[in-house]
Design a protein around this ligand. Structure first.
Ligand code: RUG
Length: 822
């Protein structure tokens, strides 16, 4: 279905694959392993891309366009090959070439490890944004870290998560290009010496006694869809400044040489596997400053290659900070402008606050980054001086605006209580502060950041997240993608709102049957994957009820599994009751140090063990925990889902983006009025989703005023009590009845957490159960279900990241569109 790429020559491509196998592996194509063919195909594709990559950058220079630097600790790219060949519009040709050579393209794509340089939604959002920026033709760089080990691979052993290092670079990365010419130095520690220039009276700040590393960029191509545009994801590696040598030993610098070598080794070693949670580790701050300093230095230098006045940097450059992780940008840019380009404070501040913009992704208190002054100032002495001065001036502003209100200083100062508050620095140093869904932005304005909003309302804006339909429909679900194109044409690939033309088919019985048939075939595909990877047989005719996302208490996988236990009790008590078979599918990684999350994984697997092996229920319920949930298997999972579980405690999920991927693939949302669910329901209509639970206002009211006691529910609801007792009576852990005590306590006992049932699982339980019963009722009516599913696909237009990016461009970055001719 993908259109032909003009000028793509199959024979040239075939020769290139054969030659690459020969050159790389000294083998003929018929001797090559699939892995070797994978590498050879990547090099052949790179050959096609490279001219477009060069042409794109020439066009940017020629047209003198403004660039955005998307600064992010995380880019969860997934696999590149399949995406690249779709975007150069040569998938069908390459499939044929490989077939002629005796290989299956799907098998070849499966050889590629996921580039998992991210934890979850935040990193995947960055990857979707890059896809959209290139497809829309905007000059953009993604800037990040070339972690040696990405997100760990998850193994399930005896029901427990075991983390396995993700050595994704062990066979090399065929698409990357090392750019030695852009290497630069990043300094840590030491002290700052001030030198006064007697002629000008200006102070010079000189960092001495520091350790430093050499930052070396690797560029990855980001291919736009069918438009010859290839942008760059630049990820930084660290190397010792001078390789360890005897010279320094002779000079007595042995210790320092070893330390510098170790610093370089450790700094990019591994991605911190925490999602929505701040770990406070020194190495993490080093990682942040490392990639920010390298990225900002290079961006300013590149600008100065073409222009002579750094005071106008903001006309050509925007820095978007993806959460607070890169927010040291504000101080680093000030440092470069003042210390390297001799701008005054006022001049530098004007430039900085016109270049920097900040996206907030969470209201979770535990995700807020705060660094102890001791650590921050020791590691980044010059940067700390600058932060102190930014803070001093900002506090004066607060006091001028709110005289005699010290509580305003307490709530907004950047340095307070011995800590440097990164979100505050990001807000003060930026011209734009955005949330990621309408509800989230409102909560920021009215609650979390209300003092900032009152003081600088013009900065605040919303940019509801989006996802790329090119990966999550065109690549992930080819059957449905073809069907959509047959019905409404292929404009949706680059203009998703066109998909709304499907609405007229929602009541068409033939279309309904075709749709359900495609869903069935995708369920067969997933069932096969589950059989191969989990050894569990699932019935593709059952309802596929799916919750895949990071494991976090606020996302409430626990509500889902407790409800499965509840249903199982119901079926055991009433073996003849009507019950539509259901397969509950979970996929989730837990941060390595997050005990309760890991115990929840064990609980899901323990419940799965009991239920899946109970012949007496005739397979009415199956529970599957898909090991190692990641971008590549996510594509299969979304395509096969009937029900999309988006059940976070209202107010806690800033947006969610999995919810959008499910919708695009025709799954119906079972969710709370949280994050972007609100906007999804608005688009598709309440009657085509299953909404339950407390509103965010109700949740916030209980949180601030109290008045919720889960024990009342425990005491009054016999069936909920029974489920909770099964956590501590050995029902799911006969060898160790105490195993799930911690989970039980978290729901009922105040002493084990801040407040018992922090995330209102019991409070929302009955409402969730009712919604689940509605799901069953709706599914029994196949026409009704098909209609709703088609309407979900048809209503997903708003949730393309192309729309999100266009709004960032129009309202924040103000970039010009570029066309690239070859
Ligand atoms: O938890 C949020 C998601 O709700 C959101 O969809 C995603 C992208 O905006 O970002 C997630 N997030 C937030 N991940 N980490 C954080 C806080 O650092």
């Amino acid at each position: 279905m993908v259109q032909n790429k003009m000028g793509f020559d199959k024979e040239v491509f075939k020769k290139s694959v054969i030659d690459n196998v020969k050159m790389q592996y000294r083998r003929t194509i018929d001797e090559a392993t699939p892995k070797q063919v994978f590498q050879a195909v990547c090099y052949a594709v790179k050959d096609v891309i490279i001219d477009e990559w060069i042409a794109t950058h020439k066009a940017y220079d020629k047209e003198d366009v403004k660039k955005v630097y998307y600064l992010s600790m995380e880019f969860l790219m997934g696999r590149a090959l399949g995406n690249n060949i779709i975007n150069i519009m040569a998938r069908e040709e390459i499939r044929q070439v490989l077939e002629e050579l005796g290989f299956d393209l799907n098998v070849i794509e499966d050889q590629e490890p996921d580039a998992a340089l991210g934890n979850g939604g935040l990193g995947r959002l960055a990857a979707c944004f890059l896809d959209s920026l290139a497809t829309l033709g905007y000059a953009a760089y993604g800037c990040g870290i070339r972690y040696k080990y990405g997100m760990f691979a998850q193994k399930i052993e005896n029901g427990y998560q075991v983390e396995v290092p993700d050595n994704w670079l062990k066979d090399g990365n065929p698409f990357e290009v090392r750019r030695n010419e852009y290497a630069c130095e990043v300094k840590f520690g030491g002290y700052v010496r001030v030198e006064r220039d007697m002629d000008t009276g200006r102070d010079h700040f000189i960092q001495e006694g520091y350790q430093s590393v050499r930052a070396v960029p690797y560029d990855l191509p980001v291919v736009g869809y069918g438009n010859n545009v290839v942008n760059t994801l630049r990820i930084w590696d660290a190397e010792p400044i001078n390789t360890f040598n005897l010279d320094s030993f002779d000079r007595g610098d042995y210790q320092k040489a070893v330390e510098q070598e170790n610093l370089a080794k450790t700094i990019v070693e591994v991605l911190y596997p925490n999602d929505n949670h701040y770990a406070g580790k020194e190495l993490r701050l080093k990682q942040q400053y490392f990639f920010i300093s390298a990225s900002i230095q290079t961006a300013v230098r590149k600008y100065m290659d073409s222009y002579d006045d750094v005071r106008k940097l903001y006309e050509k450059v925007a820095f978007q900070m993806n959460d607070t992780h890169p927010s040291v940008t504000v101080a680093e840019l000030m440092r470069i402008l003042m210390d390297e380009y001799q701008l005054t404070w006022e001049e530098a501040w004007k430039v900085t606050t016109r270049c920097c913009a900040y996206t907030n992704h969470t209201i979770m208190a535990e995700a807020l980054e705060k660094w102890p002054i001791e650590l921050f100032s020791r590691l980044l002495p010059r940067i700390y001086q600058i932060v102190e001065e930014i803070n001093r001036r900002f506090v004066l502003e607060i006091q001028a605006k709110y005289p005699n209100q010290p509580e305003k200083v307490a709530s907004m100062a950047i340095i307070y209580d011995g800590q440097v508050k990164m979100a505050h620095m990001a807000i003060v140093g930026s011209f734009s502060v955005n949330g990621v869904a309408r509800l989230h932005t409102e909560i920021l304005k009215q609650q979390q950041l209300k003092d900032f909003y009152a003081m600088m309302p013009e900065k605040f804006n919303n940019k509801t997240n989006g996802i790329t339909q090119r990966r999550f429909l065109l690549h992930g679900n080819p059957l449905l993608a073809d069907w959509v194109t047959e019905h409404v044409g292929n404009e949706w690939i680059t203009d998703l709102p066109h998909i709304s033309r499907l609405k007229v088919f929602a009541d068409d019985e033939k279309a309904q049957q075709e749709f359900m048939n495609i869903k069935y075939r995708n369920k067969l595909r997933l069932a096969k994957y589950i059989k191969e990877h989990n050894g569990v047989d699932v019935d593709p005719r059952s309802i596929f009820d799916v919750q895949v996302k990071r494991l976090h208490e606020y996302k409430r996988q626990l509500l889902n599994i407790l409800h499965v236990m509840y249903l199982y009790n119901m079926i055991k008590d009433n073996p003849d009751m009507e019950f539509y078979p259901r397969t509950f599918i979970f996929g989730a990684k837990a941060a390595a140090g997050y005990y309760r999350a890991k115990l929840t994984i064990k609980l899901i697997n323990a419940v799965a063990d009991v239920i899946n092996n109970d012949k007496s229920i005739n397979g009415k319920i199956k529970v599957v925990f898909i090991e190692n949930y990641r971008v590549s298997n996510a594509e299969l999972i979304f395509a096969a889902a009937d029900v999309s579980e988006q059940i976070s405690t209202a107010s806690k999920e800033a947006s969610g983006t999995g919810n959008m991927k499910f919708m695009l693939n025709g799954a119906l949302t079972l969710g709370t009025m949280d994050g972007a669910n609100v906007e999804i329901v608005e688009e598709v209509g309440k009657e085509n989703a299953f909404i339950f639970g407390m509103s965010s206002d109700e949740v916030i009211k209980y949180e601030t005023e109290g008045g919720y006691d889960p024990m009342e529910i425990f005491n009054s609801d016999q069936e909920i009590r029974r489920v909770l007792m099964q956590l501590i009576n050995g029902y799911y852990a006969p060898q160790d009845p105490e195993l799930f005590r911690e989970i039980y306590n978290s729901l009922l006992n105040t002493y084990s957490s801040d407040r018992a049932d922090t995330y209102f699982i019991l409070k929302d339980f009955n409402s969730y159960h009712e919604a689940q019963m509605e799901v069953e009722k709706a599914y029994r009516d196949e026409k009704r279900w098909a209609r709703s599913a088609i309407l979900n696909v048809a209503s997903s237009g708003k949730f393309t990241s192309d729309r999100t990016i266009q709004q960032y461009v129009d309202e924040i970055w103000h970039l010009d569109k570029v066309t690239v001719e070859l």
